[in-house]
Design a protein around this ligand. Structure first.
Ligand code: PLP
Length: 369
């Protein structure tokens, strides 16, 4: 049966794309150069400058960025990597993809990120790195985590957090390697795309090789690797989007502030002190007893698209072995479990009008009665 089409549904998410992107794509096509050209170089330079990084390497997705980061650090079979339990599965899949073992760690009840203490306690002798996630654009406590995990390189999964800051530090500026995603659900999009950021020259060289068939110079294959490059067309979109990043973030912040004021009783995600979030996703924790997926269906009939907030990785079949390790090592996941079961993402995108947002809030209140 075909899904029922309900007109005028307020979508969960919408990218900001207009004539400027269309012109940039047309101009790129007109050059005839579609890979490894000027647009990728310009996009990398813009993100490097925004985050204060020495190197920015555009790749095909956020997931590719994470996997290349692990490979560049030499992580593989026999190694373990700390991974927050509440997230899209990519970070854990990337760890499995290089043959290593994810060590899952519960998230903080208020900030929804894995914190320094949880990560410190979960550290085992075979841990060779930690993936630290700025979940939903909320900055992780990277400096405190680095202090709690001496000698453990941090890969910051900043997939959601381009445009967020802690004090003067842009998200993506910390960690031995940080990884962004430019999927359309993110604040800045290139369609598909990702980026690795680092200040380390040797790692940047390795990442450059890994994204391009393992070539150190054209035709010289230093190692075996796939093709993880970003296209010129995608990068051309990214260049335009970088020009409006701060205004897109400001608009998102105004919308999120209105949600936060109206929905304080539904435990929205809390930011660490000094953080300014890009508001990539606005989520709430529904009261116990509410069946989130039924509520999503009810809201849809009210003309509002909402979504599942995230996943508790220890419940996924491909991570059964990591869940069994956790069980044996005494790690539990009450916060990730609650957020995976009862977390709800609300519509949030630049251009969401105040009256439409009021409709979302009123519909949510109605179905929660
Ligand atoms: C925290 C996190 N990491 C990684 C990714 C993967 O990014 P991509 O979809 O670009 O592969 C996502 C995507 O949703 C994500 O939310």
């Amino acid at each position: 049966m075909l899904p029922t089409v309900i007109p005028d549904v307020i979508p969960l998410s919408r990218s900001v794309l207009d004539d400027a992107e269309a012109r940039a794509v047309a101009a790129t096509l007109a050059t005839g150069r579609l890979v490894q050209g000027e647009q990728v170089a310009r996009f990398q330079a813009l993100v490097a400058a925004y985050t204060g990084r020495r190197h920015a390497l555009a790749v095909s997705s956020g997931t590719a960025a994470l996997q290349l980061a692990l490979e560049a650090l030499g992580i593989g079979r026999g190694d373990a990597v700390l991974v927050p339990d509440l997230t899209w599965p990519s970070p854990a899949h990337a760890v499995l993809g290089v043959g290593a073992t994810p060590v899952l760690v519960d998230v903080d009840a208020a900030e929804w990120n894995a914190g320094p203490e949880g990560l410190r306690v979960a550290r085992r002798p075979d841990v060779r790195a930690a993936i630290v996630i700025d979940q939903f654009g909320n900055p992780a406590r990277v400096a405190e985590i680095a202090a709690a995990l001496p000698g453990v390189p941090l890969i910051v999964d900043a997939a959601c957090s381009l445009g967020s800051h802690v004090g003067a530090l842009a998200c993506g500026s910390q960690g031995v390697i940080a990884c962004h995603s430019f999927h359309p659900r993110k604040v800045l999009t290139t369609g598909e795309g990702g980026m690795c950021l680092t200040d380390d020259d040797a790692l940047a060289q390795r990442l450059t090789e890994l994204r391009n068939h393992g070539q150190s110079t054209p035709g010289v294959f230093a190692r075996a690797s796939g093709n993880h490059r970003m296209s010129e067309v995608a990068a051309a979109i990214g260049v335009v989007q970088m020009g409006r990043l701060d205004t897109m973030v400001a608009e998102r912040q105004a919308i999120a502030t209105r949600y936060r004021d109206a929905l304080t009783d539904l435990s929205p995600q809390r930011a660490p002190e000094g953080a300014r979030r890009n508001e990539q996703t606005f989520g709430v924790l529904l009261p116990e007893g509410v069946v989130r997926d039924t509520l999503i269906a009810q809201l849809r009939t009210e003309g509002v698209e909402t979504g599942r907030l995230s996943y508790a990785l220890h419940t996924l079949p491909q991570l059964r072995s990591a869940a069994e390790d956790a069980e044996r090592e005494g790690r539990r996941f009450p916060h990730a479990t609650a957020l995976a079961e009862r977390g709800l993402a609300l519509p949030l995108y630049p251009g969401l009008r105040e009256d439409a947002q009021a409709k979302v809030i009123a519909a949510l209140r109605r179905v929660l009665k």
